[in-house]
Design a protein around this ligand. Structure first.
Ligand code: TYD
Length: 206
């Protein structure tokens, strides 16, 4: 049986899909209803996550396999660290919202590596719901280009096309206890956030 962590909700989507905006809108809405909420993200800003970001900025060059292992190590710490781990927080009654989780590894790392390998190194509990910001590759590329920053490792049209297909494969394999909430990224931000809130409300279990 796949393990599911109660009160853990994950936002997924391509770079530039608007998932961070939706995550913060949901966090604000839940807090205004009196819930204790923490927002977080992967790669994290803890020690291992900082190494991952150096790889993304091309300051460190490594292999796709080593990068997949770094994402996984960062995730293990994110989940189980005795100070700030997600598992501990959710068990204490906090709702945790994460910007990305292992579905991103299933989508991005499997462009270069075997799905079974990436799955094997990500043997972690599922969240209760996955909120997927479903955006076209061209919309995401437009947003990435308009930021004007130096492009990170995976911010390329051809790569993101494969990533989008891989997200679909990963979601087809979701276990029964995990709810997928698909949000069209072209939707008005406020309407989208109401939709997300209405969908997840029934899955809060404090
Ligand atoms: P993120 O900071 O979420 O990028 P953005 O804000 O542009 O959406 O993630 C950084 C990059 O890391 C992004 O290209 C997706 C990639 N990534 C993976 O390849 N595997 C993973 O497991 C995770 C969590 C992220």
């Amino acid at each position: 049986m796949d393990k599911v962590l109660d009160n853990f909700f994950v936002f997924e989507g391509l770079d530039g899909s608007g998932k961070s905006t939706q995550l913060h809108l949901l966090g604000d809405k839940l807090r205004s209803r009196g819930f204790n909420v923490e927002t977080t993200f992967e790669p994290t800003d803890n020690a291992i996550g900082r190494v991952v970001r150096q790889v993304l900025r091309r300051e460190i060059v490594t292999t796709p396999q080593a990068l997949a292992l770094l994402y996984s190590a960062d995730r293990h710490d994110h989940l189980y660290n005795s100070d700030y781990g997600i598992e501990k927080k959710t068990k204490e009654g906090t709702i945790v919202l994460s910007d990305r989780y292992f579905y991103s590894s299933f989508a991005y790392q499997t462009v270069q590596l075997d799905f079974d390998y990436v799955k094997a190194i990500n043997n972690y509990p599922h969240p209760r719901c996955v909120i997927y910001l479903d955006a076209s590759v061209s919309l995401c590329m437009e947003r990435i280009n308009s930021r004007g920053d130096v492009k990170e490792l995976f911010e390329k049209e051809e790569y993101l096309k494969c990533v989008k297909e891989n997200f679909e494969k990963a979601f087809r394999a979701l276990p029964e206890g995990v709810k997928l909430i698909r949000i069209p990224a072209i939707m008005n931000e406020i309407e989208a956030s109401e939709l997300v809130f209405n969908e997840i409300e029934g899955y809060i279990n404090l």
